[in-house]
Structures are given as structure tokens and as C-alpha cells.
Write a protein that binds this ligand. Sequence first.
Ligand code: A2P
Ligand code: MG
Length: 428
Amino acid sequence: MAARLGLTTVSSLGPRKALLPLPVRLPSLLSVPAPRYPSHRHFYTSLSSPISPLQLVKNLSQSQVAMSASGSDPSPISTYEKELAAAKKAASLAARLCQSVQAEILQSDVQSKADKSPVTVADYGSQAIVSFVLDMELSSGPFSMVAEEDSEDLRKDSSKEILSRITDLVNDTLSTDPSFCNVILSEEGILSAIDKGTSEGGSSGSHWVLDPIDGTKGFLRGDQYAIALALLDEGKVVLGVLACPNLPLASIQHTTQNVGESGCLFSAIVGNGAWMQSLDEGSSPTKIQVTSTADPVDASFFESFEAAHSLHDLTSNIAKKLGVKAPPVRIDSQAKYGALARGDGAIYLRFPHKGYREKIWDHAAGYIVVTEAGGVVTDAAGNDLDFSKGRYLDLDTGIMATNKKLMPSLLVAVQESIKEQQQSASLL
Ligand SMILES: Nc1ncnc2c1ncn2[C@@H]1O[C@H](COP(=O)(O)O)[C@@H](O)[C@H]1OP(=O)(O)O
Ligand SMILES: [Mg+2]
């Protein structure tokens, strides 16, 4: 894989496929008993023993880390723990890359703020990092990823400068992680890592699902955005990770202002609950739950910051029907699912303008974080979301999420409001 991604890998056995002139300082695998790059499985396959005992030790210690990471939680190691550890690492590194680009945007002058290239750089860079890290961390076998970006535009001559910038950013970011501090990806390696995301997904096999930056508008504004990564197994979401670099660790129930420390990493494995931890290294996850409120009057609701992404007049009518008193909390991206999952608000409403087709990467990670936190996520007709149909969600009108107690009355309010909206549209 290293070679496929254009990663320069050299050992005392000689260069395996040096796509770059040897800037990498990999140790000799023959002289170093414990691998410094435990995740570089393709080295192992080139050695005489197909499964290194060191790999077994590594797998065991990874499981133990996973067990201790859940603090006091006694739940047994589940099927997807290894994938979860890789997904958290990938999303956290991608978040680090995005944070450095966002900081540059915010420091830049007004003229360069109008330039959308920083978000392009961060989008591609985030996808390259996630793809590379997942591929390095997980055991061999087919790797499929459904993601937002592909490398077509980046391969054009006009993108040379931007590709070079992305390559530097990705390598700088990888160098901050001890597992990857001595690896350097070539430009071709970056392009092929990005192109790992061109899978069509579907109802059979396993597919990673990635939005490298969800909420690009929020990212550019200096507001909320998320790196959203999920795993589909036979068409079902079985794991999800949401990195939200700008989401306060404390509740945003009363204010969306950035108060206190920010940077949340939400995670969930099917059947194992939902968890949140700080994006800071070494943090421990704590279990989260959706709100238990059964009274809509006590509820508050999340919706898109961008009016172009969701019909604010429709959601306002739904809230009025329910008797919701609080004003809507408007934030960008799947950070809304994270905030809902930890009980900052009780309802998430999303009703895009007619004709908009929802993509699976815009909901898969948020969906499992909320459902594992005890919530329900459905389309406007109350149907469960179906992630098995390929790159798009095939659904009725909109998406809503809340707790199990509020869902029945929310469904009624949504159906009535949509009907009224259709009636008034037909009178025009
Ligand atoms: N016209 C649109 N209607 C609805 N959603 C949109 C539209 N354009 C982009 N999006 C997507 O909405 C999501 C963020 O929405 P919100 O912040 O409103 O929840 C993002 O996935 C964003 O895409 P992208 O990820 O490319 O930014
Ligand atoms: Mg998105």
C-alpha cells in the first residue's frame, strides 16, 4: 500500500518503490527488533513470516488501549474497535490540518478571504490524510471509501501550485504523529490517496464514508465545521467519528459563542453507545446521551446556519406547532448531530430546498453518533435513513433527529407543516 500511495519506504533491503529521492529515514527492519512503524503492514508481508509476532503484540496493545480509553466503562471490546482507533486517529490528524488552514484564513486580509483556495487545500488535504491513515492503520484486504473529493481537478497543470501546497501541508501534519513522523508522501501519493474515495458504496461489503470538511461555508467564516467519517458494513452504518475543531467542549444550549475550550471528537460503534472527548491528544472519552425531555416546550432545536441549506420558514412553523419556545440554534455542519447527541438541544431539523439530493457523507457519522446516544434520525416521513443506495440518500423531503419521546409529536408537526407549505405553494 505504501508504494501504491507513493509513500517512500526504504529498509536495509533496499528501496521498495522510491517515488521520491530518499528523504525518508526509515530504520532497518532487520536491525530494529520492534518496528517503529507498526502500522506499515506492507513491510510485514515482505518478510518471511506472513504475520509478525510483533503485529500480534501491536494488535493486543491496541485493544488494551481501546479498553482503557473508555475509562470506567466495562463494555467488552467490540468488533470495530480497531477500525474506531484508526478512524479517530485519521479524523484528528485531518482536523489538525484544517485548523492550521482556518487559522491562516482568519489571519489573512479581506482580499484573500474572498479567495476560496484555502478551503480547497484543506478539503483535499483532509481527504488525503484520512485515506492514507486508514489504509496504513488497518489490516490488509480491500479498501473502499466513498468521499466527496476526487483528484481530477488537482491533476490539471493549473493546479500545480495548489497540489504542492497540499502535499506540504499533509506531510507537515503527518510529521506531528509519532507513527508517521518519518514518512513523506509524494504529490502522486497525495493524488492516489484522494482517489481512494471514489467508491460508489452500496449494500454489500465495507465502505468508509468521508466528508473531509463538512460545512465549508462555516469553515470559511471561522465558524463550525466537521470532519465526518463513518464505516458502512453491508449497507448499515456501524461506526462513526465526528471531529469538530471549533465546537466548545461545554454545552452550547444557551450560546453558540465560543466559550471555554473547543475541539470535540464524537465517536460511536453500533451497540456500544456514543462518546465524546477533547480533540487534544491523550483525552479520555465520556459517554453521551440525547436529552430526555418529553415536553416540546422545553425543547430547543438546531438547524443550518445557511438559509440556502434548509428552509428556515418551514422549521419555524414546525417549532411553533410543537410549542417550542426557544429560538433556533443555527450552526454549520454535522456538529449539529454531535451537539444533539450530548443533549445541548432536543431537535435537529434539516429541510433543503426542492431538488437538493443529500449525500451519504453528510449524515452517516452524525446518524450513528445520535442513534447510539439514544436518539432517532429519520426522513420527513419518519423512515429510517438508508445508507445502502450508493453515494446519495434516497429520502422523503428532509431529515429530522430527536429523542424517542419527542419523535411522535415531531413527526406530526413536520407532516402538518409540509402539507400547509404545499397547499400555500399550490395557491400561488
Ligand atoms: N444547497 C444546499 N442545500 C443543502 N445543503 C447544502 C447545499 N449546498 C451545500 N450543502 C451541504 O450542506 C452541508 C452543511 O450544511 P449545514 O451546515 O447547513 O448543515 C454540507 O454538507 C454542505 O456541503 P459541503 O459539505 O460541501 O459544505
Ligand atoms: Mg458536507
